[in-house]
Design a protein around this ligand. Sequence first.
Ligand SMILES: NC(=O)c1ccc[n+]([C@@H]2O[C@H](COP(=O)([O-])OP(=O)(O)OC[C@H]3O[C@@H](n4cnc5c(N)ncnc54)[C@H](OP(=O)(O)O)[C@@H]3O)[C@@H](O)[C@H]2O)c1
Length: 260
Amino acid sequence: MVKAPLKPLALVTGASSGIGAATARQLAKAGYDLFLVARREERLKALSEELQSHSVRVQWAALDLRDRMALEQFFSSKAEALSRVEVLVNNAGLARGVEKVQEAEPRDWDEMLETNVRALLAFTRRVLPGMTARGSGHIVNVGSVAGRWVYPGGAVYAATKAAVKSISEGLRMDLIGTGIRVTNVEPGMVETEFSEVRLGSKSASDRVYARMQPLKAEDIADTILWSLQRPAHVNIQEIVIFPTDQAAVGQVHRRSSEGE
Ligand SMILES: NC(=O)c1ccc[n+]([C@@H]2O[C@H](COP(=O)([O-])OP(=O)(O)OC[C@H]3O[C@@H](n4cnc5c(N)ncnc54)[C@H](OP(=O)(O)O)[C@@H]3O)[C@@H](O)[C@H]2O)c1
């Protein structure tokens, strides 16, 4: 029997939740084979089963991106698949806490720096040889408006996303002439598990999005897919997306409880 030709392969980090899961769904619908990565195995398994209905091949790996040894093992055991990656969505990331620098826990900084910056670089480094050999590929980094505009209690998270912005910019310079595109998608408030992870409870997270309409994970996934679907000579370098109810990082319109 003749095997069906392979579809382009997209690897999405942080695919167990929020923007990553929504992006995986959009990419499967658009006909990409997928490689899903995050820590929560049961979520990845359920999503991969759900995505089979689109007739695409889905692989997944439960991996803590801060664990350098596990990461290296993953890179060597999956070398063949990684060499085929046509789209890398560096989405896994988090903010931890809102304390001032003088009061914060250094281990929270380590977690943000290792996940949001070092792991993004490690995945990027690992897929680039295949992309450069083929002369095509697309790296999509999920940055944040925090990478442009810092806010109180967000110094280190903002610094990680400013690093994502700089890395995206530098990568485009390093990759000029290779045909590889690099996009930095920078969202404002998106209702996902992000605020629950950051603040430690669902009720605190609910207060963040109270009486305003935040973005949905699907809004960011749409934008990622749109960037990928531009013609090969078009590179969407950076894209800032706020909800209509958020004019700036520190300015959110909240309706009155009477429902104004
Ligand atoms: N939500 C917002 O308002 C917002 C705004 C701007 C930018 N962003 C960015 O968007 C990206 C996605 O966040 P989200 O809003 O979708 O939040 P989310 O629902 O909390 O999703 C975060 C994802 O990252 C994964 N992740 C975190 N630490 C990891 C680790 N050590 N190893 C492997 N995977 C890890 C999580 O998976 P596991 O827990 O299963 O490992 C999860 O799949 C992040 O980079 C975030 O900074 C979010």
